[in-house]
Design a protein around this ligand. Structure first.
Ligand SMILES: Nc1nc2c(ncn2[C@@H]2O[C@H](COP(=O)(O)OP(=O)(O)O)[C@@H](O)[C@H]2O)c(=O)[nH]1
Ligand SMILES: [Mg+2]
Length: 375
């Protein structure tokens, strides 16, 4: 069904149809192949009986005068590409989600069910749609929107999109400080790093600590150092910490343990260390967090430790949760790369270099079933 408006240069004509593709077919046979899609929206209630969508096309009248100067020939492929882009944008903007001929909301819903925040899930879904359209997998106007054989392709595009949103850097600098809340797993991770990045790489190791408030903490580190057979120094001031760093051999891996801080303590007892780390660009500071913490709490803790200028995030307790969504969301939000992942209490075994696959695998586990629903 169509309605017509006209002006001297352009026929503007509305087509009412069930899908954009149906409207395009009508417009092309009626106005010619040059008909240009100008707008698309939900049909107004009084015209809904004509079709769910109102799609507006424009075309030059056949009698229109030729332009004074002949136009340069248009590359038909490029032209088609441009039109498709414009069309995608118009359709995405103008048509309510329930009417979009795309994957629907299933992809975003599956990511949300895996723990990804709604905001990020919707962004990822939109980006995956673009990728699939680029590959010609999603075709607008078809009732069968995602062919069975393309579900794997859709999952792999989703993985690529998720992977592109965060970084991993499974490495340590020459001088490493681990900071974080109490009980996050700092001391355990530090000892695991001493073994995997130091001793196993035949590199001398120095263990330093400024956790002098609690006798038990110093004793714990002293015991680990004795077991590993590496020198240990407990610094009581930032000055003595700086001296211990500067007097260590150049080739040594220096690992600094720090006291845990809470919102209540961070601005008082944490301020010296924060100032120290801000001034020492040569210290690679990893913020240690537990994987089982809720995403909103992780966000608050990460923001709280901003003054320590962490360059990486290190997560412990991956063995206690099967969700990596909070890790993904915070790594994506902050742009801080993930360094290492601890997955148990066993020292030194339960430490692995962070990989993108480890983080994204859990997020897309349910995706194939979810996408079956739109195939
Ligand atoms: N299940 C599990 N426990 C861990 C992990 N990392 C550390 N822990 C335990 O968490 C507790 C606190 O660890 P600790 O390294 O002392 O934390 P810190 O206070 O941040 O130094 C200890 O009982 C550790 O054995 C991990 O990856 N998984
Ligand atoms: Mg500790």
């Amino acid at each position: 069904m169509a309605s017509v408006e006209a002006n001297s240069n352009l026929h503007v004509k509305s087509y009412f149809a069930a899908s954009v593709a149906d409207a395009m077919e009508l417009a092309h046979s009626d106005l010619g192949a040059d008909a240009l899609l100008l707008n698309a929206r939900e049909a107004p209630p009084e015209a809904r009986h004509l079709g769910e969508l109102e799609v507006v096309f424009g075309a030059r009248p056949a009698t229109a005068l030729p332009l004074a100067a002949p136009k340069a020939p248009v590359d038909p492929i490029l032209d088609l590409g441009r039109r498709m882009d414009a069309l995608c944008q118009i359709v995405t903007r103008a048509i309510p989600a329930t009417h979009r001929d795309t994957l629907g909301d299933e992809l975003a819903q599956a990511l949300c069910a895996a723990g990804v925040t709604r905001e990020v899930a919707v962004e990822v879904e939109a980006a995956v749609h673009q990728r699939l359209r680029g590959r010609g997998v999603l075709q607008m106007g078809r009732s069968r929107r995602l062919a069975d054989g393309n579900i794997d392709g859709a999952v792999s595009e989703t993985v690529q999109e998720l992977d592109a949103r965060f970084e991993v850097a499974p490495e340590v600098g020459r001088i490493v400080a681990l900071v974080g809340p109490p009980g996050a797993g700092k001391t355990s991770a530090l000892v695991k790093l001493a073994v995997s990045q130091g001793l196993m790489a035949r590199r001398p190791v120095r263990l330093l600590s400024i956790d002098h408030y609690r006798i038990a903490a110093a004793d714990q580190m002293r015991t680990y150092a004795a077991i590993l057979g590496v020198p240990f120094f407990l610094a009581e001031t930032m000055l003595s910490l700086a001296q211990a760093i500067d007097s260590s051999p150049q080739e040594a891996l220096i690992l600094i343990d720090t006291p845990g801080h809470t919102a209540a303590s961070i601005n008082e007892s944490g301020s010296d260390l924060a100032a120290f780390l801000q001034n020492r660009q040569d210290i690679d500071t990893h913020l240690v967090l537990t994987a089982s913490t809720r995403q909103t709490d992780l966000r608050r803790i990460i923001d709280m430790f901003a003054a320590f200028r962490p360059s990486k995030l290190l997560f412990s307790r991956l063995d206690e949760t099967d969700s990596t969504a909070a890790i993904f969301c915070e790594a994506a939000r902050t742009g801080l790369p993930l360094s290492f992942l601890c997955n148990g209490q066993v020292i030194p075994d339960d430490l692995e270099p962070a990989t993108k696959a480890r983080i994204t695998a859990g997020l897309v586990r349910e995706l194939p079933q979810a996408l079956q629903a739109v195939a």
